[in-house]
Each structure stands twice: as structure tokens, then as C-alpha cells.
Design a protein around this ligand. Structure first.
Ligand SMILES: *Cc1c(COP(=O)(O)O)cnc(C)c1O
Length: 256
């Protein structure tokens, strides 16, 4: 069983636990480990690892440790809560760090995201797109965005229903400050790798179709899918961005 777990990106990985990374050397080692797993998953899929961006998810990790992560080479960090991200961006304003917001956003928080984030991965309503556009105008900024799709159809998950994606994408060119880059999804919370894989494959299929109806000039190449428990599966299914928290920073003591 041990050997099988080592070979496969499938069965075992969701149950891994990770000790806390503290020092710069810890982070260097974790990043090397994760990059090796990314490389192996890409190779299994006949892909080049350079097509997969590693997005470190720093939620719940305090500033002191994030400074060491930065010293180990991390310059772009992702958080799911805007307040926490904005506080950290201020605390570490002395570093050349940029921020991605990857969690569901209330319209009344659009201003905060528009002010400091460079990337937003959970766009799922026109109302929110409108609010972001207006606030970005105020700050004279623009924002890379991914459209979040609820491929698992779990009612607890946010994101657009797959059947609503086409109309949504076609409505986005009116928002000139949103650079729409592709799609994001979260897999079902399931220990069954087949279900997880299916959710990733669905997002890829949806992206491939979207490229055909995409408005002129909109490049929908990005697929953000896969977290610490399932990023290897996601890479095998075409992920171009993997959002990895615990495998870099250490296990969180409560569920995400
Ligand atoms: C927390 C989170 C992740 C990362 O999960 P890990 O298990 O820490 O790798 C990825 N995406 C979203 C939207 C998250 O909230």
C-alpha cells in the first residue's frame, strides 16, 4: 500500500498532514517538495510544469512566518478573507508582495479588493463585477479575475452554475477594468478521487467551450483548480493555477 500511495497522485494525498513551516529554510524545503510534486503530476499528464503556477494560500498564517515565506521566494499570496488579506498587505507593505483574493466576496467588500488586490478568483455575479468596476475606476486600477464555477453543485459552495457561464462571460466585456483570464473551481469535499477528478474535468471542458464563444480579445486560458489535497489530480486534468496552503505552510487545525 505504501508504494502505491507514493506512485499515485490519486488515493492518498487528501489525507496527508503537514507540520508547520516556520523558518526560511523550512519554506524553501516545502516549496521544493511541492514543486517536485507539481513536476511529477505534469509529467504524468505529458504537460510542462512551467504551465502550472503555484499560488500559495497564506490564510490564518501570521505575518512573522509570512515574512520568512517571502524570503524563501514567495511574492504573490492568496487569502480567502478580504479583511485578513488587507491587514497583512498593510503589515508587510515594506515587501514587494502582491495579493490574490480567492474566496467569495460580498459586494460591499468590493472597494477593499479594488484597492489592493491584483487578482480575484471568485467572480460569480454581475452585481459584483459592477461594484468592482466602479471601485477600480476610483482607484484607477485594474484587476485580473477568474470566474468561479460550482462544478460540484454542492449548495454549500459558491460560484456560478455551469449552465449560466456562457451568458455571464458574454456580459463581461462592459467591465473594462476586469481582465478576465479564465475559471476557478473547488472540488467536492469527497474522499473519492473519481468525483474530484470529474469536477476538474468539467471545468476544463467548460473552459474549452468558452474559448469558442469568448468575446473578442478575452483570453480564457486559466484554470485555477486544486488545493493541498488534490492539486496533483487537478494538474493531470489541466490546471494552470494550483492554490496551495497547507502543503506549504502546515496543516490548519480546523477545516478550510
Ligand atoms: C484555503 C483555500 C485553498 C487552499 O487549501 P489548502 O488545503 O490549504 O491547500 C484553496 N482555495 C480556496 C478557495 C481556499 O479557501
Amino acid at each position: 500500500m505504501g508504494a502505491k500511495q507514493q506512485d499515485s497522485g490519486d488515493e492518498s494525498i487528501r489525507r496527508r498532514t503537514f507540520g508547520a513551516a516556520e523558518s526560511v529554510a523550512d519554506f524553501e524545503a516545502r516549496l521544493a517538495d511541492v514543486r517536485a510534486l507539481i513536476g511529477a503530476a505534469a509529467a504524468r499528464a505529458g504537460r510542462d510544469a512551467s504551465q502550472v503556477r503555484l499560488l500559495p494560500v497564506s490564510k490564518t498564517v501570521p505575518q512573522e512566518r509570512l515574512r520568512n515565506a517571502h524570503a524563501a521566494g514567495i511574492t504573490h499570496m492568496a487569502e480567502n478573507k478580504v479583511q485578513e488579506a488587507q491587514r497583512k498587505s498593510r503589515e508587510m507593505a515594506d515587501l514587494d508582495l502582491t495579493w490574490a483574493i480567492i474566496g467569495h466576496l460580498q459586494t460591499n467588500k468590493a472597494k477593499d479588493v479594488a484597492e489592493f488586490a491584483t487578482e480575484f478568483q471568485a467572480l460569480d455575479s454581475l452585481k459584483l463585477a459592477e461594484a468592482l468596476e466602479r471601485r477600480l475606476e476610483g482607484f484607477d486600477r485594474s484587476l485580473d479575475v477568474l470566474v468561479q464555477v460550482n462544478t460540484s453543485r454542492e449548495s454549500s459552495k459558491t460560484g456560478l452554475a455551469p449552465e449560466d457561464v456562457e451568458d455571464f462571460i458574454k456580459a463581461l466585456p462592459q467591465f473594462s477594468r476586469l481582465n478576465v483570464r479564465g475559471f476557478m473551481t473547488m472540488a467536492p469535499f469527497s474522499a473519492d478521487p473519481a468525483r474530484v477528478r470529474q469536477s476538474f474535468a468539467e471545468l476544463r471542458g467548460l473552459r474549452d467551450r468558452a474559448r469558442e464563444y469568448a468575446p473578442e480579445g478575452m483570453d480564457l486560458s486559466e484554470l485555477s483548480m486544486g488545493m493541498s489535497g488534490d492539486f496533483e489530480l487537478a494538474i493531470e486534468e489541466g490546471a494552470t493555477v494550483v492554490r496551495v496552503g497547507q502543503a506549504i505552510f502546515g496543516s490548519r487545525s480546523y477545516p478550510a
